[in-house]
Ligand binder design. Structure first.
Ligand SMILES: NC(=O)c1ccc[n+]([C@@H]2O[C@H](COP(=O)([O-])OP(=O)(O)OC[C@H]3O[C@@H](n4cnc5c(N)ncnc54)[C@H](O)[C@@H]3O)[C@@H](O)[C@H]2O)c1
Length: 437
């Protein structure tokens, strides 16, 4: 890809469109509003709190990322979304129970104004839930056209100059890439003939991309990870990224596993189990949705550890992931990891991790960063898959033939070097020989 010659300024309002107004999206919107009101800090957001080193370590140049690249400001964000339930964002946030009532009360007037548009939904893809706020149409193509109309209306009525869509809807049943996903033409035909491999999330992705709107996929669904939509993204000058926000247990995995590998410590087994009680957990009770999530969670270690290169260390690794729906926990998930490692002369050791995390609290800043970075990428003329945003995903999308980079620290370096590259700054290699000349 060519280096951006210039980045258009972030002029005017940026509309954020969220398919799925559930726990993650309402926590994200409420958080943005609390930060805008000066009542909270955007903890966990690289775009808001992160700095970037420029030049040599002796140069003392480390601006805030949001000062270094022209990102949209929080005051310019405006929100819309779709859901199968009619609850407005306040009611939905109250149901999700992520934020405490005191925090929610502070943003009640703001959240109450965000009402979901009718969803393009198919019960076959999300078996555990059903709702009344659903579009009707002859076929999937008609539903996709209705989403395009929603986008155009939102653009007009909220007077935004730019838009970004971020899928925060439920995890859909597992779909494998098929012939109908291969080209834009076949994809349109398949929408018209109601082909069963066209999931609702793909309709939102198609409608966004063909409306010139960048699209991020926060769930493990195939969604935008198919050649047809990638070709369209390229042709329409639209950046896209996915899949599956990297939050609790997988975040820990991609922090720990690169460390073991860097020190050439072996692994016999990694058993991960979770209990969670939110709607996401309920949806994952369905084997179809769980299979989609499982694939996303399992691939991480394989790519980080490269067992083919290190058969003595990782060739026999037994990796198991379990998710159990346990309502008393609500959004406060507990993830246990038992890690069987071995060291010098093969002597075994164990590591136990018990992460009492808050799912949506970890996901919300990711939504914010993805929205702001995708908007930046589009203004910089970048299009198609944005691999530099792998940092945020469990199953990063890559160009065909490339394996994904899962190591969080390589992903972070890639992200920051991309920002330096966009602005014509020297890339940082961490070689550092020049300090010893
Ligand atoms: N840490 C995290 O919370 C985390 C991490 C990684 C991925 N995710 C993924 O993010 C997504 C959202 O998570 P959540 O906790 O907010 O779930 P949630 O169940 O609270 O919200 C999802 C919402 O999407 C709606 N929905 C389902 N299908 C839809 C459709 N076709 N169109 C419009 N709306 C639809 C549901 O009604 C629900 O309100 C899930 O797919 C989840 O797997 C979450």
């Amino acid at each position: 890809m060519e280096k951006p010659s210039k980045i258009a300024p972030a002029k005017g309002k940026l509309g954020v469109l969220l398919p799925g107004l559930g726990a993650v999206s309402t926590t994200f919107m409420a958080g943005v509003e609390l930060v805008r009101k000066g009542k909270s800090q955007p903890v966990g957001s690289l775009t808001q709190m992160g700095t970037i080193r420029l030049g040599k370590r002796t140069d003392a140049r480390s601006p805030l990322i949001k000062k270094f690249v022209p990102l949209a400001e929080l005051k310019d964000l405006t929100f819309g979304g779709w859901d199968i339930f009619k609850d407005n964002a306040y009611q939905s946030a109250a149901n999700a129970g992520v934020l405490n009532p005191q925090d929610l009360e502070k943003v009640k007037p703001f959240l109450s104004t965000i009402k979901p548009m009718k969803a393009a939904f198919d019960h076959d893809f999300v078996k555990m839930i059903d709702g009344p706020n659903i579009k009707k149409g002859k076929n999937r193509y008609e539903l996709a056209l209705q989403i395009k109309e929603d986008i155009a209306n939102f653009r007009k009525t909220s007077r935004v100059s730019r838009l970004v869509t971020c899928w925060c809807g439920s995890t859909e049943s597992f779909v494998k890439p098929e012939e109908v996903h291969s080209t834009p033409e076949k994809f349109v035909e398949a929408m018209k003939s109601n082909h069963p491999a066209i999931a609702p999330s793909m309709l939102y992705a198609w409608a966004s991309i063909t409306s010139g709107v960048p699209y991020a996929n926060g769930a493990p669904n195939l969604s935008v990870d198919i050649p047809a939509l990638q070709t369209l993204a390229h042709d329409h000058g639209v950046p896209i990224c996915g899949k599956d926000f990297k939050t609790g247990q997988t975040l820990m995995k991609t922090i720990l596993a690169p460390g073991f590998k860097a020190r050439m410590l072996g692994l016999d087994g990694w058993f991960s189990t979770n209990i969670l009680g939110n709607r996401d957990g309920e949806v994952l009770e369905d084997p179809g949705s769980f299979k989609t999530k499982e694939e996303s969670k399992l691939s991480v270690l394989e790519y980080i550890l490269q067992p083919k290169l290190y058969p003595q260390l990782y060739g026999k690794l037994f990796h198991k992931v379990r998710i159990n729906y346990y309502p008393p926990r609500g959004d406060n998930k507990e993830g246990w990891d038992n890690i069987d490692i071995f060291g010098w002369l093969g002597y075994p050791m164990q590591i136990k991790v018990d992460f009492l995390c808050r799912d949506s609290i970890l996901a919300a800043p990711i939504v914010l960063d993805l929205v702001l970075f995708l908007d930046l990428a589009q203004r910089a003329g970048m299009r198609g898959i944005q691999e530099w945003l792998s940092f945020y995903f469990k199953s990063p999308m890559t160009a065909p033939g490339l394996y994904p980079e899962h190591d969080l620290f390589i992903q972070s370096m890639k992200l920051k070097n991309t920002l330096r590259w966009m602005k014509g700054e020297d890339l940082i290699t961490h070689l550092g020989q020049e300090y010893y000349d």
